[in-house]
Design a protein around this ligand. Structure first.
Ligand code: HEC
Ligand code: CU
Length: 357
């Protein structure tokens, strides 16, 4: 490299010579701040980033594993580049600094270096592009004869339909372990995004357009997911539960979901009467009854689900009463009105809901 001696020597920021140490001190302060920030981040990691459920770092399907390994390749490549570039930068700032009796070194132009730092990154980006496109192909390839499920996002819950099986449910998606699943994703209102990090990448749910995503759950378990695209006030409370179970157990679940609701008795029968006299049936379906609304979750087997209200409450009798007494108090903005029911009506309705297995 050609070294140029400047006519007038000046420190950083146009200050007079002799200020080189201020520059080093600034670097040292910046490094200390970074270390504090990094320490904080590491302290939070076990709870936030690496919590096993909902973490893309503990993949449980071949598709999620492909995404995770691409992620680690990118992080390692980016880490090596970061350390290399910052290392050269710090070395240069230190080695060529101004010292008493010596002006800071000056350089201009170097064709070989310029070619290297253009061609190097171009090759690297081409490799990363290839790996990314390959991963996209791997995660979207549909294997064999998949189980097809329609998932329709709503403000603020997920409608789940199994067309071939004749099953309709909400927020909870049952799938057989080890068998490919193909989800046809739509939206009834605004753009939502379906994300179950341990099973598949984020996929948008758009009104008027179907997006497909596929995965094969490797191990039985409950995989949590959520809406990943801000979609209104209750965006945080439209959780997804994917229940992956052995195929025989899945078939049992399908059979139980296909049965129409049983005939209620006692307090539940009283609740069924309240259900009919209110307008519940204009928004909710209960198979085998006159209720056939589609604006809210299908309630035919509501008692079989683990949560209600898109995961805002566990499905217990007490929580069910709270929901029916005032959905707006539990989930403000939810698209189910407060019916101002009497405590007796709430008791009876809750008994009816909890009888719908
Ligand atoms: C205007 C439409 C509408 C009417 C009328 C309505 N609901 Fe709802 N209901 C909804 C919507 C929408 C949800 C989903 C709320 C959410 O999770 O954000 C819901 C959720 C529920 C849930 C929880 C189900 C689940 O799986 O999360 C129950 C139980 C329920 N409604 C019962 C009733 C009863 C009983 C009545 C009559 C007293 C009623 N609803 C009337 C729209 C309605
Ligand atoms: Cu959403």
């Amino acid at each position: 490299m050609r070294r140029v001696t400047p006519e007038r020597s000046s420190g950083p920021f146009g200050r007079p010579a002799g200020c080189g140490w201020q520059f080093l001190r600034a670097i040292s302060v910046a490094m200390r701040l970074a270390a504090t920030g990094g320490g904080l981040a590491v302290g939070l990691l076990p709870r936030a980033a690496f919590a096993a459920a909902r973490s893309p770092f503990s993949p449980s399907s071949p598709q999620a594993r492909e995404i995770a390994s691409l992620f680690w390749i990118l992080i390692i490549v980016a880490g090596v580049i970061f350390v290399g570039v910052e290392g050269v930068l710090l070395y240069t700032a230190f080695a060529h600094r101004e010292r008493p009796g010596r002006a800071p070194s000056q350089f201009t132009g170097n064709t070989r270096v310029e070619i290297a730092w253009t061609v190097g990154p171009a090759i690297l980006l081409a490799v990363i592009f290839y790996l990314t496109v390959r991963t996209m192909g791997q995660v979207s390839a549909v294997a064999g004869d998949p189980l097809e499920i329609r998932v329709i996002a709503h403000q603020w819950w997920w409608e789940v339909r199994y067309p071939a099986e004749g099953v309709v449910t909400a927020n909870e998606i049952h799938v057989p372990v080890g068998e490919p699943v193909l989800i046809h994703l739509e939206s009834a209102d605004v753009i939502h995004s379906f994300w179950v990090p341990q099973l598949a990448g984020k996929t948008d749910a758009n009104p008027g357009h179907v997006n497909d995503l596929t995965f094969t759950a490797s191990e039985p378990g409950v995989y949590l997911g959520q809406c990943a695209e801000f979609c209104g006030v209750e965006h945080t409370w439209m959780l997804i539960r994917v229940v992956a179970e052995p195929p025989a157990q899945f078939q049992d679940w399908v059979a139980s979901q296909r049965r129409p609701a049983g005939t209620p008795s006692g307090l539940a029968a009283e609740g069924a009467r309240v259900f009919q006299t209110q307008t519940c049936g204009s928004c909710h379906t209960i198979a085998g009854t006159a209720a056939n609304g589609v604006a809210g979750p299908d309630l035919t087997h509501v008692a079989s689900r683990a949560t209600i209200g898109g995961g805002v409450l566990p499905n217990t009798p007490e929580a069910m009463r709270r929901w029916l007494a005032d959905p707006q108090a539990v989930k403000p903005g939810a698209l189910m009105p407060n019916f101002k029911l009497t405590p007796d009506e709430v008791q009876a309705l809750a008994a009816y809901m909890e009888s719908l297995h």
